[in-house]
Design a protein around this ligand. Structure first.
Ligand code: SF4
Length: 329
């Protein structure tokens, strides 16, 4: 096989399982070195995209995602909160911008978008946040092509819809929708010319084969998702996955490095689960090609490092926030 840097020099969408496994199975330090080399072909390694995530409608979701605190199927103590007001959201968006965020992501615990008053309100919210000069991202469940087009018109920059895991393992985590539903929403997002944010979660009891399969599916989407969040499960009491053992920094770094090599131009986000990682493990993930994080002490309903801690980490590592609107350059 050619060297990894040669394999990944071009952006490809025809990865085989054997190739992905070959990369994933490399000795970790070799893998990180290769990923760091690929990273430098397409990105400034001192720049990190800083994103902020706000739950704009919390809990009461009819889906049964086994990891989620907001599903009605599990007793997690999360209180249902209807769609926040425009004023509340704008205040949070302004504060996120002041804190250095360039992307503002809004999550609503809906199975899918319905064409109702709440959706009309979301369109107004998207426009207002876009007017602040932030990249606006939303994660609102499944959507149709016409809903995606309305969001695009309102100024939506990115839509998040994760594949979560491999197609095979998906049924063990969620039974209320299919993998194909996920892929259809991603396609509808693309048809509206909205950038795609799509990744997955590790630590849900999946095998390495599932991790490899998920990465291959992501890497064979054409074009690649502009953002690829790699999350580690944050176990929530009351969910079926509450007792899963934590993901190690090594596993996180291996996933990120493989994602970086397979999707060299994408932003790879070191996403949920960062609080459980040491600063050194986070640094390893940045070296492995992670170039995006969420800041703020809460990710929807689960905890995240505080802004102060992240500022110190950036200063120690000589990292700087990336300017907005460069993801698809
Ligand atoms: S669709 Fe989203 S909000 Fe609903 S249960 Fe699944 S992850 Fe949670």
């Amino acid at each position: 096989m050619e060297s990894i840097t040669e394999i990944a020099a071009d952006v490809r969408h025809d990865w085989t399982k054997a190739e992905v496994r070959h990369i994933f199975d490399m000795p970790l330090l070799e893998l990180i070195y290769a990923a760091a080399s690929v990273h430098r072909l397409y990105h400034d390694p001192t720049e990190i995209q800083v994103c902020s995530l706000l739950s704009i409608k919390t809990g009461g979701c009819s889906e049964d995602c086994g990891y989620c605190s907001q599903s009605v199927h599990y007793d997690t103590g999360v209180k249902v909160q209807p769609l926040l007001s425009l004023d509340e959201i704008m205040e949070k968006a302004r504060r996120a911008k002041e804190a250095g965020a360039t992307r503002f992501c809004m999550g609503a615990a809906w199975r899918e978008i319905r064409d109702n008053k709440d959706f009309d309100r979301v369109l107004v919210i998207v426009k207002a946040v876009n007017d602040l000069g932030l990249e606006v991202c939303a994660t609102l469940g499944m959507l149709t092509e016409s809903q995606a087009k309305k969001l695009k018109q309102a100024g939506l920059y990115a839509y998040n819809h994760n594949l979560d895991t491999s197609e095979e393992y998906y049924k063990k985590i969620i039974t209320t929708r299919t993998y194909k539903d996920r892929l259809d929403t991603i396609q509808n997002t693309r048809k509206a010319d909205i950038t795609v944010c799509c990744g997955g979660i590790i630590g849900m009891g999946e095998s390495e084969e599932d991790r490899i399969a998920m990465l291959m599916t992501l890497a064979n989407l054409a074009p690649h998702p502009e953002s690829v969040p790699i999350n580690a499960l944050v176990p929530v009491e009351g969910t079926p996955l509450e007792n899963q053992p934590p993901v190690s920094g090594w596993e996180f770094a291996r996933m990120i490095a493989t994602a970086r090599i397979l999707m060299p131009k994408s932003m790879v986000r070191l996403s949920a689960g960062r609080l459980q990682l040491s600063q050194e493990a986070q640094a390893l993930c940045f070296l492995a090609g992670a170039n995006s994080i969420f800041v703020g002490d809460k990710l929807l309903t689960t905890p995240n490092p505080t802004i102060d801690r992240d500022e110190k980490l950036f200063s120690t590592l000589g990292l700087k926030p990336r300017k907005p609107f460069q993801a698809d350059s």
